[in-house]
Ligand binder design. Sequence first.
Ligand SMILES: NC(=O)c1ccc[n+]([C@@H]2O[C@H](COP(=O)([O-])OP(=O)(O)OC[C@H]3O[C@@H](n4cnc5c(N)ncnc54)[C@H](OP(=O)(O)O)[C@@H]3O)[C@@H](O)[C@H]2O)c1
Length: 304
Amino acid sequence: MPTISRRTWLKAAGLASISAPQIGGASPIELPLNTKKIPSSGEAIPVIGIGTNRYGVGDDLEAMQPLKAVLETFAAAGRGVIDTAPLYRNSESVLGQLIKELGLSDHFFIATKCDVEGSDATRDQLASSEQKLHSGTLDLVAVHNLKHWREQLPILHETKQAKQIRYVGITTSRDRQYEEFKEVLATQELDFMQINYSLADRDAEPLLQLAAEKGVAVMINLPFGRGKLFDAVQGQELPDWAAEFDADSWGQFFLKYVVSHPAVTCAIPGTTKVRHMQDNLKAAQGRLPNAEQRKKMAQFYDSL
Ligand SMILES: NC(=O)c1ccc[n+]([C@@H]2O[C@H](COP(=O)([O-])OP(=O)(O)OC[C@H]3O[C@@H](n4cnc5c(N)ncnc54)[C@H](OP(=O)(O)O)[C@@H]3O)[C@@H](O)[C@H]2O)c1
């Protein structure tokens, strides 16, 4: 798997003076991070990003401070994916404000979504996302939960053609949408798909396979099942064999399972805490489980 050095990332982002922050006594991030390539372009992105569906904290400056520290920690590790959406209350505005305050415009790979009906409304929503996120170009815009995809995909492609966005995608996190999702994936031109996948929920595997065959990048949402995977292992010791693929926490164990799937490009665990961000970034380092180890992980989880 290719890796990208921190120096390269920071240089590209004009961030040479930023050092990996050490916050709350947690160990600083070791670099480089593992990356995978987006099939349609060959661009490499870190295998761990961040989901921000809980970043819509209104204009509460106090609530924004921990989120700012998370983003700073994430930034020091490279040009990772930040996933947001107009649907996540004012997450886009909060991110835009924090990214601007940190002086990190253009540093991250920004992925947002669209979900409105009608061409004009879609164009307006894209312009609004761009403005809120203070991003010259949105890296990825995906149709949220396939909402109005027949109308939206042509507009997204048109916008990509005009270089206002870089990649086009679709998302779901609902098993009941998988049939329709499969149809869209099989018939439409896409750069990315985003779907729910974790040790607790492996139903997406046939769709991951299809994405690989079609050369579509895969972004994984709900890698912790909204946190329920941690509940399942509460009070359990991490098995000794997790060290064979360099996982030293349950978070790394769960994430390494997800990003070691050959079709998966990256995962976007949601976090609002620096120590969790640091933990999650460690899942982008060291060895990943091989096919046999992945089977063992699934059997282990199923036996809980
Ligand atoms: N259809 C769609 O397009 C769709 C649907 C759902 C989600 N999404 C995207 O996917 C992202 C991820 O989903 P999610 O955030 O709902 O669920 P998730 O990533 O499966 O789980 C998030 C939960 O895990 C906790 N956590 C994170 N890192 C941890 C660690 N290292 N150790 C222990 N706990 C940890 C978080 O708490 P803390 O905040 O305390 O860290 C939070 O409670 C969303 O933010 C969103 O961007 C997209």
